[in-house]
Ligand binder design. Structure first.
Ligand SMILES: [Fe+2]
Ligand SMILES: [Fe+2]
Length: 183
């Protein structure tokens, strides 16, 4: 697997860990628990805006455009992935705004919070599954490290605010929650 595809794959593992945290919060909400951690969900939404939406997805868009030149038969799937990137960013922003409202003690219907969290989770997981099951294997076969060298140079140095060695300010609490969930 080319190094850059492997890096994107590792990003997916990181995102999956955060989505698991949301799934855990969702079952707390569905059980009417008083222990729902809204600030954590807000921080997860903020993370998706800060890294997947602004670094991971734009890099994929560039790499997948190159992949489409080599595998025009994947045009349909790659169009879905590209649309997903735009729609997921919009959905994530809405989810963030809702979590921010809850954390600022605005009254928000529980049903609205649950459905926003469910939608966010389902869209993100569906997107990760599509890329992992179909797109990354095709990219691994069609693209070499040499093909991806320019992208590596342009994007390789942009650090992940939670999973890189240097944590970005404002994400340390979420990093601790991820480590705690690993057990
Ligand atoms: Fe993606
Ligand atoms: Fe991805």
């Amino acid at each position: 697997m080319p190094g850059l595809i492997d890096k994107l794959h590792r990003d997916h593992i990181n995102m999956s860990e955060l989505l698991e945290l949301i799934a855990g919060q969702l079952s707390l909400m569905q059980n009417n628990s008083a222990d729902v951690d809204y600030p954590m969900m807000r921080d997860i939404a903020r993370y998706f805006m800060s890294f997947p939406d602004t670094v991971h997805h734009p890099l994929e868009d560039e790499i997948f455009a190159l992949l489409e030149l080599k595998r025009p038969d994947l045009k349909g799937e790659l169009a879905i992935v590209r649309d997903d990137h735009r729609e997921i960013a919009e959905l994530g922003m809405e989810f963030y705004r809702l979590m921010e409202a809850v954390c600022s003690e605005h009254v928000v219907a529980r049903s609205a919070i649950v459905s926003a969290a469910e939608n966010f989770l389902a869209r993100q997981q569906g997107h990760l599954n599509l890329e992992e099951s179909e797109i990354f294997s095709a990219a691994t076969e069609a693209l070499s490290d040499d093909d991806l060298a320019a992208y590596e140079l342009e994007h390789g140095g942009k650090p992940d605010p939670i999973f890189a060695t240097e944590l970005r300010e404002g994400f340390t609490r979420l990093h601790d929650a991820v480590v705690a969930a690993r057990g």
